[in-house]
Design a protein around this ligand. Structure first.
Ligand code: D61
Ligand code: MG
Length: 461
């Protein structure tokens, strides 16, 4: 569908699209320092989605994560360059973590913006060396481990699911682990985050597996040599060669294989929920949650969708804009996950091919995850009840309660002492009105009291 047709068929997404356009314009205002400016300029060029979420972070975390991204993108450019001979690539991957300490370091490879990033890598090095040494250490350590992992897979194919998880750990799980250490170091998240290796790994695996699934066609058609990340243990059940899946004649087996891959990726969702439940800072939360929501949406879109073997399957820009717009707490996260789980539920319930080997597993997972998210959402909403404790809410509740109490006081005293002295002249008229229908006023005052005390009553239960 063209851009215009997309917008016309989903007009409700237009306000979010406008807001995201304005926000992205504001985000591209570059820093004054020319070296930092280069880093952010190239970040906006090489990364479609991460650039926006990184630029929403507060400093100094923002600059450190921008450099973290560019260093790993540089390493990945070496890994991805299929024209680079292994005799050059292998040592380059292994020494990259040391090279980032060398002013003026460059390594000519890659294409387009990646080529420019590599040619000007000395600028990234300069900014890297200006970071807090604790951030430098995290970046260098993760770069070393990722480089070693990439080198391990240069000459071998992904055979088992365990190897698939291992490759994804190297290229994305390690990013999650490094990010958690940086969140902890920045003080924005608790020190325990630095030790959450398992959960951080799941965060990366969920994102990377989604990319690998969505990019099947792009990767298999890669020139001068195809890239293959789907594990043989999975695709060999559906085809003789991974590249056979793209042939139109094999569409049914290909879609079943795709569904198998989506089911595998969905298994990481509960750990990702658990990780994000531990986040405290709103901006860090958004930085983590937006990519996860996009991944869940992409998986739901890809499931049982033969278009994956014909071209790019992507979420609508308008829906992406809505994710950016409504993603500030666990409530938003659960609502988005539930939206995409319900799309998946429609797909697993309405499937015609009864012989899809992973259909039952898909149904069970969708049901399980839906249960998890809806229960957690209900709990979260209950915990949000006392109007989030802001000063404005507190003042409002206090005033309301005073008003209700004064009303009740007069309503229940009517007819006796009220008719006597004590009440100022100016209020006599009001007391007369009250006394005219005492029962009605007592009822109303009781209702008013009950209404103002409602949050406290709910919280106590
Ligand atoms: C919270 C927030 C963001 C997270 C996270 C937790 C955990 C992990 C990740 C981000 C990393 C997810 C990577 C998913 C995208 N995959 C790739 O870009 C592949 O390359 C992997 C190696 C380079 C990783 C570079 C990177 C990516 C995202 C970052 C980051 C570094 C640093 C900070 C924040 C986010 C993929 O790239 C090509 C493509 O997707 O077209 C590939 O070559 O397989
Ligand atoms: Mg790569």
């Amino acid at each position: 569908m063209g851009k215009l047709a997309e917008i016309l068929s989903h007009p409700q997404e237009v306000p979010a699209l406008v807001r995201i356009y304005l926000a992205s314009k504001a985000a591209t205002k570059l820093p004054k320092d020319p070296q930092l400016a280069f880093c952010y300029e190239i970040l906006n060029n090489v990364s479609r989605s991460f650039a926006i979420v990184i630029q929403q972070l507060p400093n100094p975390l923002r600059d450190a994560i921008c450099v973290f991204y560019l260093v790993l993108r540089g390493l990945d450019t070496v890994e991805d360059d299929m024209a680079l001979p292994d005799s050059v690539k292998l040592p380059a991957l292994l020494s990259f973590h040391k090279d980032i300490y060398e002013r003026g370091f460059t390594l000519p490879c890659g294409y387009n913006h990646y080529k420019r990033l590599m040619a000007q890598f000395g600028t990234v090095v300069d900014v890297f060396l200006s970071l807090d040494p604790a951030f430098q250490l995290v970046i260098a350590n993760i770069t070393r481990r990722m480089g070693e992992g990439m080198a391990e897979f240069i000459t071998k194919e992904v055979e088992t699911v365990a190897e698939y998880d291992k490759y994804c750990h190297y290229v994305a799980g390690l990013v999650g682990i490094g990010l958690s250490q940086m969140f902890a170091r920045s003080g924005l998240e608790s020190p325990e985050f630095g030790a959450k290796e398992q959960l951080s790994n799941h965060m990366g695996l969920f994102l990377q597996k989604t990319n690998i699934i969505r990019d099947y066609l792009e990767d298999i058609l890669e020139e001068p040599a195809p890239r293959m990340f789907w594990p043989r243990a999975v695709w060999s059940r559906y085809a003789a060669k991974l590249s056979d899946l793209k042939e139109p004649g094999n569409r049914q087996a290909a879609v079943q294989c795709l569904n198998h891959m989506v089911v595998d990726a969905l298994q990481h969702l509960p750990a990702c929920v658990q990780y994000m439940e531990g986040l405290r800072d709103r901006q860090v939360f958004r930085f983590c949650a937006i990519p996860q929501i996009m991944a869940a949406g992409t998986l739901a879109l890809c499931y049982n969708n033969g278009a994956v073997f014909e071209g790019a399957v992507k979420m609508r820009r308008g829906q992406t804009a809505q994710v950016f717009d409504a993603c500030s707490d666990m409530g938003d996260l659960f609502r988005w996950f539930l939206t995409f789980l319900s799309l998946l539920d429609k797909k697993v319930s309405g499937q015609v091919h009864g012989d899809d080997p992973t259909l039952q597993q898909a149904q069970a997972l969708v049901a399980q995850h839906t249960q998890l998210c809806s229960t957690a959402l209900a709990k979260w909403q209950a915990s949000q009840q006392p109007a989030s404790g802001s000063i404005a809410a507190w003042v409002r509740d206090y005033l309301l309660l005073t008003l209700a109490a004064v009303y009740a006081y007069y309503a229940f005293q009517m007819g006796t002492s009220l008719t006597g002295g004590g009440v100022p002249e100016q209020l006599r008229g009001l007391v007369d009105v009250l006394a005219a229908a005492p029962l009605l006023h007592r009822l109303l005052s009781a209702l008013a009291l009950l209404f103002t005390l409602r949050p406290a009553i709910f919280a106590a239960r």
